[in-house]
Design a protein around this ligand. Sequence first.
Ligand code: GTP
Ligand code: MG
Length: 321
Amino acid sequence: MGRRSKKEIEEITDLPGIGPQTAEKLRAAGYTTIESIATASPAEIAMISGISEAQAAKFIAAARAALDLGEVETAYEFLQRRKQVRKITTGCKALDDMLDGGIETGTITEVYGPYGSGKTQLCHQLSVTVQLPEERGGLGKGAFYIDTEHTFRPERIVQIAKAFELDPMEALKNILYARAFNTDHQVLITDKAEEYIKSRNIGLLIVDSLISHFRGEYVGRETLAERQQRLNKYIHKLLRMASVYNIGVLVTNQVLANPGIYYGDPLSPAGGHVLGHGVTCRLYIRRTKGDRRVIKLVKSPYLPESSIEVAITESGIAAVE
Ligand code: GTP
Ligand code: MG
């Protein structure tokens, strides 16, 4: 987490056993950094580059050594690493309180809810608040925004930035934006994002929405297993990036209606167990009346389940009295 590679190994071609041809194949598949090699498996590297698994294992080990990514560590080292986990303020006090300070780095935070509930609004807001200086709860870093639904609005960023007393033009410049047209493209852009995370000081990766293309491309029961497999792979890619670069990852998800539920909420998050297990923190947002929303913390490893009421206002998602 946040570990720097040793001086002498900076490019993947610096690793022993990666020649120019192998490097080219790896780069084309999105393995552009030492981190991406260090956290890959020999089998996937072998499949992509056509070299043997034994050869791949050698330079994966070299990449891990360069990054000091040992698999075994003492509990003390683990605690030191935990201490590097940061919180990104949401800009809404009630929501921050519920999340014990905001969205965590190193893991995936998911927000799910029905149409118009405010998921995209929350994404806009976080892409601004991550830029706030540390003393105001931000990281003083930029955001990388992957938009699969074409609902990103720079004008809204301007409004929210003003509300947080940030220079709106600077706020816009600190958000890297990319549209994803289908699942393949979404994966490709996510790989690309990895280069920017390093070079452009990115503190938060947003995927709004994580699942829409997957749901759109894999329709029907017979494709479900394949979809879940790909989704799983994608979520692990996000998890790896969150952990290796110690950044926040915020994803949005849709809901499924469960007919036949006669008590409680008939809506459940899409994506099944694959998504449920992959995300560390899960928020459910729903509309109540007018601009009012209820946000419920439904999953967290150490925070209690609870919910708050907020309002979507001109200046963003705000607490209500
Ligand atoms: P889907 O992507 O369709 O599933 O919905 P979503 O959960 O992403 O909803 P989104 O975040 O787009 O919320 C839309 C709602 O936010 C609208 O119905 C408005 O109530 C509110 N909203 C959006 N833009 C503004 C704005 O500029 N000002 C104010 N006050 N409210 C806004
Ligand atoms: Mg949306």
